[in-house]
Design a protein around this ligand. Structure first.
Ligand SMILES: Nc1ncnc2c1ncn2[C@@H]1O[C@H](COP(=O)(O)OP(=O)(O)OP(=O)(O)O)[C@@H](O)[C@H]1O
Ligand SMILES: [Mg+2]
Length: 254
């Protein structure tokens, strides 16, 4: 089990010689085995934050800690699903799924076997040997999701993993993810635009402001585990949804 912690992250990009601040003083954490979501306006800096956690970008200032180690700028320590599926077009679907395990030191044969075992569980049985271009956007997203899921690191960062799915498939994938997570409780940091999705899945939610993003609220989600879909019909679910919606609406107006 692992704990992820971001300490006072600031970041900006330089565009046409001007520095554009994107993240302002972001501190957040994901405890051992906790499911935490980030919700915030489009363009606020969520994916940038994930690139920083994954070590793809070094922040202007601030630190990323994994348990007792400062891992700022280090790659390969977390399992990461990017917002765009980023599949290798020349690798078959099963080889794409196997990749994260191979990179982590698993033998190719074992990694492929695991990929073949799991692909049918996300509705992709029969596509094992196809190339990514044969798949729809939502199917590619599930391949990318599975790649992150089977990657062995204990902290998993998922950047809008179900954004391209239709409502029914999305709900099925949410319940499926919850089920898997409840069995082995990895630490998950999850970006979503859906307030319902965040409330249904998470232990805690961070709400971010517009760019340059800062944390405007941290909410504890009070619903019991294992969580059932019927939680969405509770008055408290509705109240929390309204609350987050009004926070985000204020950001849109500002
Ligand atoms: N490499 C880059 N160079 C310059 N600006 C960038 C770069 N990457 C991101 N940005 C800018 O940083 C801001 C935040 O982008 P980011 O992708 O992190 O937002 P986001 O919160 O993930 O948005 P969305 O919800 O739409 O995915 C945007 O204004 C974007 O244009
Ligand atoms: Mg993004």
């Amino acid at each position: 089990m692992s704990k992820l912690e971001l300490r006072r992250i600031h970041h900006g990009f330089t565009s046409k010689k001007q520095r554009v601040p994107v993240l302002t003083d972001i501190s957040l954490h994901v405890n051992d085995g906790e499911f935490v979501s980030i919700i915030g306006p489009s363009g606020s800096g969520k994916s940038t934050l994930f690139h920083i956690i994954g070590g793809l970008i070094t922040p202007s200032s601030g630190e990323v800690w994994l348990d007792d180690a400062n891992v700022t700028g280090s790659k390969g320590l977390i399992s990461y699903m990017p917002q765009q599926p980023a599949l290798f077009p020349w690798r078959s679907i099963e080889a794409n799924v196997a990749l994260s395990q191979e990179v982590a030191g698993q033998s190719r044969a074992a990694a492929l076997e695991k990929a073949r075992e799991w692909l049918p569980k996300v509705g992709l049985g029969g596509y094992e040997n196809e190339l990514p271009h044969v798949l729809s956007g939502g199917m590619q997203q599930r391949v990318s999701f599975l790649r992150a899921l089977l990657s062995p690191q204990e902290v998993m960062c998922l950047d809008e993993p179900f954004g391209s799915l239709d409502a029914l498939t999305r709900q099925a994938m949410q319940s499926w993810l919850l089920n898997i997570w409840e069995q082995n409780k990895r630490s998950i940091l999850f970006v979503t635009h859906s307030i319902e999705e965040a409330l249904f899945l998470s232990d805690r939610i961070y709400v971010l402001s517009n760019k340059p993003a800062q944390v405007i609220e941290e909410l504890v989600v009070p619903f019991e585990r294992p969580r059932q879909e019927k939680v969405m019909t509770q008055p408290e679910f509705h109240e929390l949804r309204q609350h987050i919606q009004s926070l985000l609406r204020q950001e849109m107006m500002s």
